[in-house]
Design a protein around this ligand. Structure first.
Ligand code: ATP
Length: 358
């Protein structure tokens, strides 16, 4: 189902347009109060814009003289708070959607069981929400949203309330279940955008300030907000001998996330510019990743300098160093230096297509 949304909400100074193609996941990033939740509320039919329209699969749901009630839209909105029915078991929470669509009790429960298994919590079927952890409750909420067979899934920071330790596991589950669905995902975490979204839209002060393919926006951000949170380094390659082998021969080691890659998988190593140290010569005897690069650009910010550089295969990288060390290392465009990154600072993921193909 494709979505076309165009909304002006004067009271909130929000004026945004958004298009999501059939089967596409679009991540919406932006600072607090930017208008991200407002956008979701307009799509879900919880808020009527002053002017604008919401068109799902070619059918107008919101528009001049048109208003389809939220429950009749077949759009699921999943917020930070899972909002499960406290008096129902996990299974019955999930079966609620199919039941209210007229599915009989037994098949509804069977469907619910398979959705719980899909998000990895089959064993929690009989528990009431009061006996679930935050991460478990959020998984049940995802299962409930999917069991309702929504035409469009809206996720509002689904991982914000969770402990950072449980986010990677839920992210992996989402990665599986979001593939091929039409999804709008509001998030503050660039890793969510990178791993879950095909495209990114950046909203600031009620306006769309940047939009494009995820990898492009996160590696070459044009808006101030995207530049602040993104600038992630990505080294693409294939999984070989427990490390990422880049096309030009350098090897990056790091922490591979679940599900672990197998030999020959297309993978990407991700690390923040802050995690990169810069040397003139490779540091001896340390278990770090070392990549020989040529400095292309220096960009001061605060008391730091973002050093942009290219390895021989052209996948641009960035390092954040203090102005003092930039001066000590005599960094200038054209200088040949070594970017060094501890393996513990590197996350390795299979690329999206690889996941979807399985
Ligand atoms: N219920 C409301 N009534 C009036 N104004 C609101 C309401 N909710 C939000 N706003 C205002 O609308 C603007 C956009 O807010 P919105 O909640 O959409 O931003 P957001 O990007 O989701 O922010 P956050 O990341 O903090 O959740 C803000 O100026 C906010 O103060």
């Amino acid at each position: 189902m494709s979505l076309r949304l165009d909304a002006r909400v004067t009271e909130r100074d929000v004026d945004v347009s958004l298009e999501v193609a059939d089967g596409e996941t679009v991540a919406v990033l932006g600072p607090n109060g930017a208008g991200k939740s407002t956008l979701l509320a307009v799509a879900a039919g919880l808020l009527r814009p002053d002017t604008g329209s919401v068109v799902l699969d070619g059918v107008e749901l919101t528009g001049p003289g048109v208003w389809v009630a939220p429950h009749a839209r077949r759009i699921a909105l999943l917020a930070q708070d899972p909002l499960l029915f406290p008096h129902l078991s996990s299974l019955d929470n999930v079966a609620f959607g199919p039941r209210s669509r007229g599915v009989r009790r037994r098949p509804a429960r069977e469907q619910a069981r398979s959705w719980l298994a899909e998000v990895g919590v089959a064993e929690l079927a009989d528990r009431p929400p009061g006996e679930l952890s935050g991460g478990q409750a959020q998984r049940v909420a995802v299962a409930r949203a999917l069991a309702a067979d929504p035409r469009l899934l809206l996720l509002d920071e689904p991982m914000a309330a969770l402990d950072v330790a449980v986010r990677p596991a839920l992210r992996q589950s989402l990665r599986r279940v979001l593939a091929d669905r039409t999804v709008v995902l509001v998030t503050h975490d660039v890793l969510d955008a990178l791993l879950l979204a095909d495209r990114v839209v950046v909203v600031d002060a009620g306006r769309v300030v940047e939009a494009g393919p995820t990898a492009e926006v996160l590696t070459r951000p044009r808006s101030a907000f995207a530049a602040r949170i993104a600038g992630l380094n990505m080294v693409r390659g294939s999984w070989h001998d427990g490390a990422v082998a880049a096309p030009d021969g350098h090897v990056v080691r790091g922490l591979a996330t679940d599900p672990a890659p197998v030999e020959g998988d297309e993978v990407v190593a991700v690390f923040r510019p802050h995690a990169v140290s810069v040397f003139r010569e490779p540091p001896g005897g340390s278990p770090r990743n070392s990549i020989r690069v040529t400095v292309t650009d220096l960009e001061p910010f605060g008391d730091q300098v973002r050093v942009r550089a290219t390895p021989s295969d052209g996948q641009d990288l960035a390092a954040d160093v203090t102005s003092l060390s930039a001066a000590e290392l005599d960094l200038v465009p054209g200088a040949s230096v070594v970017f060094s990154i501890k393996a513990t600072e590197v996350s390795i993921y299979r690329t999206r297509t690889e996941i979807q193909d399985r």
